[in-house]
Design a protein around this ligand. Sequence first.
Ligand code: PLP
Length: 361
Amino acid sequence: SKIFNFCAGPAMLPEAVMQQAQSEFCNWQGSGVSVMEVSHRSPEYIALAKQAEMDLRELLSVPDNYKVLFCQGGGRGQFAAVPLNLLGDKLDADYILTGQWSKSAVVEAKKHARIKETDIMTTTADGKIAVKPCDEWSMNSEAAYLHYCPNETIEGIEIFDVPATGDVPLVADMSSTILSRPLDISKFGLIYAGAQKNIGPSGLAIVIVREDLVGKARQAIPSIFDYEIQANADSMYNTPPTYSWYLAGLVFKWLLAQGGIVEVEKKNIAKAELLYNAIDASSFYSNNVDKSVRSRMNIPFTLADDSLNETFLSESKAAGLLTLKGHKLVGGMRASIYNAMPIEGVQALVDFMAEFEKRYA
Ligand code: PLP
């Protein structure tokens, strides 16, 4: 029977993408070699790279005054690159705390900037995790930028509203939400995302940055992290991760073929509803995030009886439902259902959960 992989990253890639990649693995465009073995300076590869950027621009309606960069170093690379590029002659940056990934971003940024941390997490009357609405976030008008993480992969928290930060550029770690729903890029100074969830293989990071924020990097910044250097070199200052870029390009084409992000969002809403409804309808499973900020991509849940965790994991694995173990910091289970997860996979999980409950509750 079919295997469904619920890993939070590296996450599953669309089946059609994997099939295409496999079919041309050793013979890309009839060249007799793999795309992995082709020079990034060749006209064929440059055409591929440009097409991937154009497709991403189309998917996200990226305005013309934004650069799109294909960077190395994943999400954490950007935890460092953002302050090194954006502080300019300022010392201060604002960081909003919503969970583990926004906290990790602060640890890195503190090496370079004076950080004001604002914890916006709250608890509802019924004990669920919630966050304060954006208009209640405390902001420093002198900050070089305000950073937040709209989707906390570990806790399963997603912030759908975009904060208004006035003249302070808004920076978002979109690793776990990019391409899952439409986005008004013009509200952001910069967004970045590690690729291994909704884009392609790990190691690659996409950066979309407003042009006026490029060119202010600290002198000591490693050149490969300097947005200006990378923008001037079409993200090929050094040899880029060519195979990851190629796969990202296939994923972008696949998303366009799905009807673009508006259609993809509809599927993501349906998938998330299916799983949350199953959890909410049961007293055996629970999710501790308030409905207003529940992630559509990462759905943590616990079993009423913790001692059944290992049994749940081994039986779900045997049923072809992989990587459901929750992050070690929160425990329990987590189903990551990024764009590539078909609704059949979520249905298979929901069916398994119901059947498991019947046997063990
Ligand atoms: N930000 C978020 C929201 C993440 O989920 C992750 C990783 O899963 C990262 C950053 C770190 O990405 P990387 O492992 O590519 O450095």
